[in-house]
Design a protein around this ligand. Structure first.
Ligand SMILES: Cc1cc2nc3c(=O)[nH]c(=O)nc-3n(C[C@H](O)[C@H](O)[C@H](O)COP(=O)(O)O)c2cc1C
Length: 200
């Protein structure tokens, strides 16, 4: 049966020079070869009014509205899988992705404490499978005070999703990686991408 896949783009890099977009495209290319019947829905957070809105004291009363929260929560309820790509921006996800989470992480919409026995939250999106595709400028995996890949994994698991092994491309800002085009760098990860596609 055909599945629906939501592809969320959270980078602020232009498409031509973006490593995370090149990674996403390669992942989709391999995925389509194995699952030609599946349907893709593209969500570029740069192009949504929602992801450009930051929660403040002044907009708290209107922030979680039908257009910016319910629409995107329903979108998640109506797809089978999510591919989310995001570079590290100042030790965390981009502001776009944080704004997206601020809109969709809403009690009794995507998680709930109501039926919890031990005081922990129950995720309301257990039907979702998620593939995390991340990049960062620095060559090592993470900072002691920031790991956007783990943040994404924990956040999707919090809403009940099953998260496939994330793919992190670290070191896009240092030599020799930075001398490569995004396509050339992604070539080095091709085997890892193909392996992840098989379990997604
Ligand atoms: C505003 C901004 C903040 C960044 N902060 C970090 C950071 O904290 N740590 C890091 O390793 N790289 C950081 N980078 C580098 C990006 O993660 C890296 O260049 C990434 O590959 C860019 O996104 P792309 O993969 O879509 O091209 C930052 C880049 C930008 C534009």
């Amino acid at each position: 049966m055909s599945k629906k896949i939501l592809v969320i783009n959270g980078t602020v890099s232009p498409e031509k020079t973006s490593y995370s977009i090149a990674l996403t495209k390669r992942f989709i290319k391999h995925y389509q070869a194995l699952n030609p019947q599946d349907e893709f829905i593209y969500l570029d957070l740069n192009k949504t009014a929602m992801a450009l809105k930051t929660l403040t004291v002044d907009n708290f009363g209107t922030f979680f509205n039908a257009e910016d929260t319910d629409f995107y929560v329903d979108q998640l309820k109506n797809v089978d899988k999510v591919i989310i790509s995001c570079p590290m921006n100042n030790f965390n996800v981009s502001g776009l992705v944080k704004n997206y989470f601020d809109h969709i992480l809403v009690a009794d919409k995507t998680f709930s404490y109501k039926y919890s026995k031990k005081g922990d939250a129950i995720g309301l999106l257990p039907h979702l499978k998620v593939q995390i595709l991340t990049t960062q400028g620095a060559p090592y995996g993470w900072y002691l005070w920031g790991n956007h890949t783990e943040y994404l994994k924990g956040t999707w698991e919090f809403v009940g999703a099953q998260v496939n092994e994330p793919i992190l491309i670290a070191g896009t800002k240092v030599s020799p990686m930075k001398e490569l085009t995004p396509e050339q760098l992604i070539d080095q990860y091709d085997e890892q991408i193909q392996k992840a596609v098989k379990t997604f």
